[in-house]
Write a protein of this length. Structure first.
Length: 334
């Protein structure tokens, strides 16, 4: 493809990364102002991973997410209004306010859900790929997880199955350098990619701050997976700007402010991509600033809407739990 025909794709990738960053900035404010219940885990800094991968997928392709999942949800097509409603426990949220930050699912866009259990969605993703194979569909599933999840035994069970059956699944390890409060090299012995290679799975390490590199590689692997050449494994080298969760504010006991500043100043995925767009003549500074302001306005409006939205009725407490209980959304017999 030429640069000209890719312009729309490039601008959409930039927009999606900014949408994720903007969503997280607002979510953090909601937490700090005590308007949002529970904890949440910020995805800021890792935007190029979610966007680079999800822009290579069709709507019908599936993803599974993690406790740090807002970025994946937005990148796969989730809307601000329903996302903020879910964070605030409102009935118009994707899970009617019952999932909250760590359990958002959006079936309409192929998002099978975030998961608060570290590595918990690996089995779901592999099952999704197995389902596509059984039904003769061309759907590909991407399983997002962090470097800390590579210590979970489930990962090796499902990779073994996926390799034996050549399932259309891509295991995407977001290596942000830390497993909660511990450096990755202190919890992961040897090479992470080598763990997948031990099962005969083709593995790649890629700069997770370069959205174009992530997207180009993912597009190639997705198309190969559709042809039955999967599974594949990606280790995406990235960085989280915030702490493990929003309450993890004083982080100097496990990582320095200089380290955080270096990543923000020199390796920010949005700043890097914005500079590239301008240098290539794809977008001007004024156009980009206008886009940024539009996204900020959309987020502000969505937050205001969600704050004023209704909570689910108490009668819904058993909805989607028991099959024999009539609830507010049950259809009347014909």
């Amino acid at each position: 493809m030429t640069k000209k025909t890719n312009t729309e794709d490039y601008l959409r990738m930039y927009r999606q990364m900014v949408r994720i960053r903007t969503f997280e900035d607002n979510a953090n404010k909601l937490y700090l102002s005590a308007k949002m219940p529970g904890l949440t885990h910020m995805y800021s800094g890792e935007e190029a991973v979610a966007v680079g991968i999800c822009e290579a997928l069709k709507v019908t392709d599936k993803i599974t997410s993690t406790h740090r999942g807002h970025g994946h949800c937005v990148a796969k097509g989730a809307a601000f209004r329903e996302m903020f409603c879910e964070l605030l426990g409102k009935e118009e949220g994707y899970c009617r306010g019952k999932g909250g930050s760590m359990h958002i699912a959006d079936q309409s866009n192929g998002n099978l859900g975030a998961n608060a259990i570290v590595g918990g969605s690996m089995g779901i993703a592999t099952g999704s790929a197995f389902t596509a194979r059984l039904l003769g569909k061309e759907d590909v599933t991407v399983c997002f997880f962090g470097d800390g999840a590579t210590a979970q035994g489930l990962m090796y069970e499902v990779m073994n199955m996926a390799a034996l059956w050549h399932l259309p699944v891509i295991y995407a390890c977001e290596n942000n350098g830390y497993s909660e409060y511990t450096r990755t090299e202190e919890i992961a012995a040897g090479s992470i990619c080598a763990r997948a290679e031990a099962f005969g799975i083709e593995a790649h390490q890629v700069d997770g701050q370069d959205v174009l590199a992530v997207n180009a590689l993912t597009r190639t692997l997705v198309e190969r997976a559709r042809k039955g050449e999967g599974p594949f494994f990606l280790e995406l080298m990235t960085y989280r700007y915030h702490g493990h969760h929003v309450g993890d504010i004083n982080r100097e006991y496990y990582r320095s402010k200089d380290e955080e500043k270096d990543w923000k100043d020199n390796r920010d995925p949005i700043i890097r991509f914005r500079s590239w767009l301008v240098e290539e003549g794809i977008a001007g500074e004024d156009e980009i600033e206008a886009m940024n302001e539009e996204i900020k306005a959309d987020a502000t409006a969505a937050v205001e809407y969600a704050l004023a939205a209704r909570y689910p009725d108490v009668s819904e407490v058993d909805m989607h739990v028991y099959t024999d209980v009539t609830h507010a959304l049950a259809r009347s017999p014909a």
